[in-house]
Design a protein around this ligand. Structure first.
Ligand SMILES: NC(=O)c1ccc[n+]([C@@H]2O[C@H](COP(=O)([O-])OP(=O)(O)OC[C@H]3O[C@@H](n4cnc5c(N)ncnc54)[C@H](OP(=O)(O)O)[C@@H]3O)[C@@H](O)[C@H]2O)c1
Length: 280
């Protein structure tokens, strides 16, 4: 484990192993889940197991994941809800950036309403819209922060240069990029975040592909450590950096229990290095 199991950003201290709610929706991240009761149970079980950072977005469903979170968990107590805006949805598996400031403001207002909050814990720009001046998008985030509509601001799928540009206008508390054992293209962004004390939220944190196949190298290491591949992936991430906050997503209670067990998987130096070398 790298450092403590908690991380503090913008005066919010949370357990570093969170939960991602995208998988609670219907196929193609569209519509309602087949089993609403299971979705609600996943959220409640995650919190019972110590998760107090839940990632979501207006676009999951759209609106479905936020609705389910509110139904399962409101009032949230110490649990922080991290939502996002900036992607339009026109059908299953269809996502289009939209960073017009008036649209981002509307989505902030609607997330407040759906989540039943007076201020969003963390508001993340899902994508920087290349068709809109980036500074206008950052300025809107700044305005929402100054107005108290949001407590903290994050970015998603950004480069180091984009984070630096945004920070000229608005404090950035978190960065959410694709990152896992098998895909480390955002290594430079992670290192920048670590140096600056910004939370790095790796999405798609459970390793996949050839390295994670049954009988493959990660499977072998997992068995040697009395863990599953998912737990090994998450334990490696937690140890990789003290600013790492993985948000594994699942629609199943059994998997949420398994994933939360990753905090008890302790990797020795050799195992940590061996995993690191696999896709390095
Ligand atoms: N910022 C962005 O652009 C962005 C993009 C994508 C996702 N996200 C966020 O990141 C979160 C995590 O990403 P993700 O959901 O794509 O990836 P993930 O958490 O790495 O993997 C989810 C997939 O793995 C399966 N899974 C989860 N736990 C498992 C386990 N213990 N054993 C076997 N299979 C398991 C899930 O299926 P089951 O449902 O069957 O468990 C699902 O198919 C999302 O929920 C969302 O909040 C953000």
């Amino acid at each position: 484990m790298a450092g403590p199991l908690t991380f503090t950003y913008a005066n919010q201290t949370v357990n570093r192993l969170g939960y991602g709610s995208m998988r609670l929706t219907g196929d193609g991240v569209w519509g309602y889940p087949k089993d609403r009761n299971e979705a609600l149970a996943v959220l409640r079980r995650a919190v019972e197991l110590g998760v107090d950072f839940i990632d979501t977005a207006d676009s999951y469903g759209p609106y479905v994941a936020e609705e389910l979170i509110a139904q399962a968990l409101h009032p949230y107590g110490d649990v922080k809800i991290a939502t996002k805006a900036g992607l339009l949805r026109t059908g299953p598996n269809l996502w289009f950036p939209c960073g017009r400031p008036d649209y981002l403001r509307q989505e902030c207002e609607m997330s407040l309403r759906r989540l039943g909050q007076e201020s969003l814990d963390l508001f993340q720009l899902h994508r920087i819209d290349a068709t809109v001046d980036a500074n206008e998008q950052f300025a809107l985030l700044r305005a929402l922060l100054d107005e108290g509509k949001v407590q903290a601001v994050g970015l998603s799928e950004v480069t180091v240069e984009q984070i630096k540009a945004a920070r000229e206008i608005v404090p950035i508390s978190t960065v959410q990029n694709l990152y896992n054992v098998t895909n480390r293209k955002s290594e430079d962004v992670l290192n920048y975040c670590e140096g600056e004390g910004i939370a790095f939220i790796p999405w798609f944190p459970v390793a996949s592909g050839d390295l994670a196949r049954s009988g493959g190298p990660l499977d072998t290491l997992a068995q040697q450590n009395g863990a599953t591949i998912a737990q090994l992936s998450l334990a490696w991430l937690l140890r990789r950096s003290p600013v790492m906050m993985p948000i594994p997503g699942t629609s199943k209670v059994a998997h949420v229990v398994e994933n939360c067990g990753a905090v008890r998987v302790s990797l020795d130096d050799d195992t940590f290095d061996a995993i690191g070398a696999l896709a390095g």
